[in-house]
Design a binder for this molecule. Structure first.
Ligand code: SF4
Length: 92
């Protein structure tokens, strides 16, 4: 049985070697501003199956926890309660 740090390291490696390059490929199909449009990544302003932008690896929070923030991949203001099809859970 693997120790907890080994499990965490494996998860981080998977995100680094598989998920992030996949996101880069999707982001390569980007439009204005170097980011994808909300429509392109099926962004919605509500959570999806318990996933929400506030818990996504590429979300940057606004001034307050409820304020809109920004995203490394999607254009415009992003709701902390939003979601899109390239959601990646934060590792921590
Ligand atoms: S779920 Fe999508 S829109 Fe929300 S922060 Fe993550 S990548 Fe950006």
């Amino acid at each position: 049985m693997k120790s907890e740090p080994e499990k965490i390291s494996r998860r981080k490696a998977l995100v680094g070697f598989i998920v992030l390059p996949a996101l880069a490929g999707i982001a390569a199909d980007k439009t204005d501003g170097g980011k994808a449009s909300k429509a392109h990544l099926a962004y919605q302003s509500s959570p999806h199956l318990g996933q929400r932008c506030a818990n996504c690896r590429v979300f940057h929070a606004g001034k307050t926890p409820a304020a809109p923030g920004t995203c490394d991949l999607v254009q415009g203001a992003i709701s902390p309660n939003g979601w899109c099809r390239v959601f990646v859970a934060r590792a921590d």
